[in-house]
Design a binder for this molecule. Sequence first.
Ligand code: MLT
Length: 329
Amino acid sequence: MRKPVLFVVLAVLAVGFAHASSAQTAYPNRTITVIVPFAAGGPTDVVARLLGEHMSHTLGQQLVVENVGGAGGTTGMTRVAQAAPDGYTIGVGNMGTQSAAPALYPNLKYDPAKSFAQIGICNYTPQAIVAKKTTEAKDLKEFLAYLKANSEKLSYGHAGVGSISHVSGTLFNSMFGLKPALVAYRGTNPALNDLVGGQIDYMVDQSLNVIPQIKGGTIKVYAVAAPARLESLPDVPTTKEAGVDFIFSAWNAMVAPKDTPKEIVDKLAAALSKALDDPNVTKRYVDLGSTAPPAAERGPAGLQKLVESEMARITPVLKAAMAAEPAKK
Ligand code: MLT
């Protein structure tokens, strides 16, 4: 009679131990590093910190941002692609690093469609056409006339070759035959600081980055490259209203290294989606001209589809623009 009792006791203990040890190893049980491949304070950084803070509460562990700038964001995203696939190093890239970069870096060490476990789209944000405060042009048509007459004397700031601001500027400049000096920074926050200081002349940059400066009157805005005006900039015309056929939407994406276990990716994707539904996040997005992806576009499948379609769309356009208007530096 004693044997079965002992067996039951041991079995109960074994189950208890297994439970305790799986609880100890349950993901996440330590800090998660979020690599942002651009300078602090810029659009990618702002989005990563906003969502990361909410996800920290959901996941019960801190998401800590590490800024790894350089080479248009490809240095940081290479770090993410090469990290251990354990869910403790993830990254927030953008339309530049996750779709345009392969067209511009022949030796890129990652493939945006194959080297990552996609977690989800973070947001969509239109670009705005902005200039230093002392620019005299009253509207976009006057500004374009000024750019055309002076482009070789002017400078355009961007976040490195392959970044969104570089891609949008390349397409904008090639559309109007402009050949400014291109000035690269480690992100558009430092570029914007120089625009405010008047060291560079203009940028095509995310509303998310430039709205606070537009509202503060420290830079000029000529148009938002979106199909409709932004709620937070009701007086600023769209490019179409200003007479120009130039629409450009940026996006951010959260990714992990490929081979990260599906349960971990799903947990991160659910936490990301929960953050996107938070009213404080929605308000911040509206204030900065950004929008969350609709439910149908969220999660790994939605991001994989976006990466593939954007790579297919942007690669030929970008190559043609680069061939037509070689950058001066
Ligand atoms: C870009 O142009 O790719 C971004 O604005 C970079 C950044 O987040 O600073």
